[in-house]
Design a binder for this molecule. Structure first.
Ligand SMILES: [Zn+2]
Length: 318
């Protein structure tokens, strides 16, 4: 059974990738003339959801023409190999820096085993399946994917990761932004609109590059952005300014984190929590510190880890 297939204007669909918890990670696709272009694959555990979504629409896996990966972090790309197997006519589109990791996922896998351990890595992502390199198209900045009668423009989008692209769909005037335009969970939408925050996961977070990416997305004045975590947001101007402000706030927190003897990562995490909870407190939502902490626990841990890593890499602060 598929959990929640949502549909939006211009034949855009979204379903839950079945990762971590409900409403955590999504997969989007465009259905044009019963042909599909999929954005992000989720993990190997998302494949079942994907097949169920196709069945709901009465579309066969053979109709998938494109699987486009915003970047090769495993919650976005871990299931790409399996999906490519299930969709024999699909081409995989990915940033030039991500392509070789799809042909040989060993390095991605080792990185994840490093963080989670072997057992947990399997449970989270399943075994990574290599993709035939003849089926991969590496996409450069400003390249266009022609998909049926639609055009999708690729934008190089570093800052969250060096292997990140965002995809502008001219038909819907919308971006598919992966993790480059923040995270926004529907549970936190309030009278003030969407609640958005930066994702600074390790190991390639770079604030200056991310700010340029956010600005570039804003300059295109899109109607919507479709985020992997989690789906559609609309007020791009307001959300973009908030993200730009937060990049500075994150940097400040990271740089101030080495002042006393406390564990640096824990301190960053605590300060990120306080920053974001303070923002939430100005809305009409009634969410306790405990609930907020639970909802954002994984994101805050990863963000703190990424900021600590950035500190060491660029500021030589240990
Ligand atoms: Zn990511």
């Amino acid at each position: 059974m598929i959990n929640r297939l949502s549909s939006f204007n211009k034949n855009i669909f979204c379903f839950d990738a079945n990762y971590v918890r409900r409403n955590f990670a999504s997969i989007h696709f465009i259905n044009q003339n019963n042909k599909l272009l999929v954005i992000d694959s989720g993990t190997n555990h998302s494949a079942k959801q994907f097949l169920a979504a196709l069945e709901t629409l009465n579309i066969s896996p053979e109709s998938v023409e494109w699987i486009v990966l915003t970047h090769v972090h495993l919650d976005h790309a871990g299931g790409a190999g399996l999906l490519m197997k299930q969709c024999p006519n699909a081409q995989l589109a990915v940033h030039p820096r991500g392509a070789r990791h799809m042909v040989n996922p060993e390095k991605l896998w080792m990185a994840v085993v490093d963080v989670y351990g072997l057992k947990e890595a399997y449970e989270q992502y399943g075994k990574l399946i290599p993709v035939d390199e003849n089926r991969i198209k590496a996409l450069a900045d400003e390249e266009i994917i022609k998909f049926q009668n639609r055009r999708l423009r690729i934008i190089d989008a570093p800052g969250h990761a060096n292997h990140h692209i965002v995809i502008f769909d001219e038909e819907s005037e919308s971006f598919f932004t992966g993790d480059a335009f923040g995270i926004s969970y529907p549970e936190l939408t309030s009278n003030k609109g969407e609640f958005i925050f930066i994702s600074s996961t390790p190991t390639q977070f770079e604030p200056t590059k991310l700010a340029s990416t956010v600005k570039r997305i804003m300059e295109a004045k899109p109607q919507n952005c479709f985020l992997t975590h989690f789906s559609k947001i609309t007020n791009i101007e307001r959300n973009g300014h908030e993200l730009l402000k937060q990049i500075d706030e994150y940097v400040m927190i990271a740089q101030q984190s080495t002042r006393n003897g406390e564990n640096q990562q824990d301190r960053i995490k605590k300060n990120l929590f306080e920053l974001l909870y303070r923002k939430l407190s100005t809305t009409n939502l009634n969410i306790s510190r405990q609930e907020f902490g639970n909802l954002l626990d994984l994101d805050l841990s990863l963000n703190a880890q990424g900021l600590k890593y950035w500190n060491i890499k660029f500021n030589k602060q240990v």
